[in-house]
Design a protein around this ligand. Structure first.
Ligand code: TXA
Ligand code: MG
Length: 317
């Protein structure tokens, strides 16, 4: 069922069921952080390995102290600047937080989503919500209630309707080493924005895909079922596959002489925010066309272009 009834959603959550949760980035698969049953259902439904921890969604920045401790000042400053919003902070966890949520790590991931429905829900609940993105492990994240329904059907009895996600790509994840912020995952909040707030360049986490600090950094992730190639020379790549049914994904209104089955343009005016917000919906759409191959054009390597390239690269592995 897709519903916009907050009271009904609360009844499901109070009874330890999990639900589809709209946020400004992507839809989540959410459960009460204090219910082991709900947390287990999240991992089972998503087929997510237990080593991959979940993000805790709280109603405001004061609520982080219910799950985290020894919070660096810089974390509060970032929270003040960017919450509610598409930034997740990795903080030292409080001992009461369920080990399944944090995958046994000493840290917990938290964020305040910038979505009216999600905030209204968090306001009427007596607990925060643990929620990963609402997609089977490794596949494209959902940016509408319909995408979530297509993935899970009746196995997920309730999805809270929150419209199309306005941002469309997951949150940016920031951790701390000796109180210095470090980027764990590129996301909707561009590094340029965070760096101009902090006045320093951010370091990126160097953890390899084999022992990922944030499995959103696994080299293969965010993938459609159709093979995807990422290229900076569109025509030459299309030319290589004359007998294939090809879908092309471009930033702006590219023209090319060669034939392809379908062509999706992410932003007519080459606006990076708009392109990011439509990326996953476009991949879902192309994936439904029974193509042999998706060829995606590389984005400019700045601001959200960097995040979009990161996702396309992982989708192409
Ligand atoms: O925008 C988002 O972040 C969405 C919405 C629903 O909030 N959520 C999301 O969750 O993308 P998920 O589970 O798909 O990705 C969360 C990432 C994973 O890569 C996980 O490994 C990382 O956060 N993570 C969670 N807790 C962590 C921790 N304690 N240390 C390092 N990474 C952590
Ligand atoms: Mg995910």
């Amino acid at each position: 069922m897709i519903t916009d009834d907050l009271e009904l959603t609360k009844i499901f959550l109070d009874n330890e069921y999990i639900i589809g949760l709209p946020t400004e980035t992507v839809y989540g698969l959410a459960g009460n952080i204090h219910s082991e049953k709900a947390i287990k259902s999240i991992f089972e439904l998503k087929k997510r390995p237990l080593f991959n921890p979940l993000i805790v969604h709280v109603k405001n920045k004061n609520a982080i102290s219910t799950v985290a401790q020894n919070i660096p000042d810089i974390a509060y400053q970032l929270a003040e600047a960017f919450w509610p919003g598409p930034m997740t902070l990795i903080l030292p966890k409080k001992s009461g937080v369920n080990e399944l949520i944090t995958a046994g790590k000493p840290t917990v991931a938290v964020r305040v989503p910038n979505h009216e429905k999600a905030l209204q829900l968090l306001e009427i609940l007596e607990y925060p919500l643990a929620a990963p993105s609402a997609n089977p492990f490794g596949s494209i994240s959902p940016t509408s209630a319909e995408h979530v329904h297509q993935y899970f059907g009746k196995s997920l009895p309730l999805i809270l309707e929150g419209g199309q996600c306005t941002k469309g790509i997951e949150s940016t994840i920031i951790g701390f080493e000796k109180d210095q912020p470090i980027v764990y995952r590129l996301g909707t909040l561009s590094l340029d924005e965070i760096e101009s707030f902090l006045g320093v360049k951010l370091k990126q986490s160097t953890h390899s895909a084999e022992s990922p600090e944030a499995p959103g950094m696994l080299s293969k992730h965010y993938s459609p079922r159709t093979p995807l190639m990422l290229t900076d020379s569109l025509e030459a790549t299309i030319e290589k596959w004359p007998n294939k049914k090809i879908g092309v994904l471009t930033f702006g209104p590219q023209t090319f002489a060669l034939h392809c089955h379908s062509h999706l343009i992410l932003s007519e005016n080459e606006n990076l925010e708009e392109a990011a917000s439509r990326l996953y919906a476009a991949l879902h759409q192309l994936d439904g066309l029974d193509l042999d191959l998706i060829i995606a054009e590389k984005f400019p390597e700045y601001e959200l272009g960097q995040t979009i390239n990161d996702r396309l690269m992982r989708a192409s592995k």
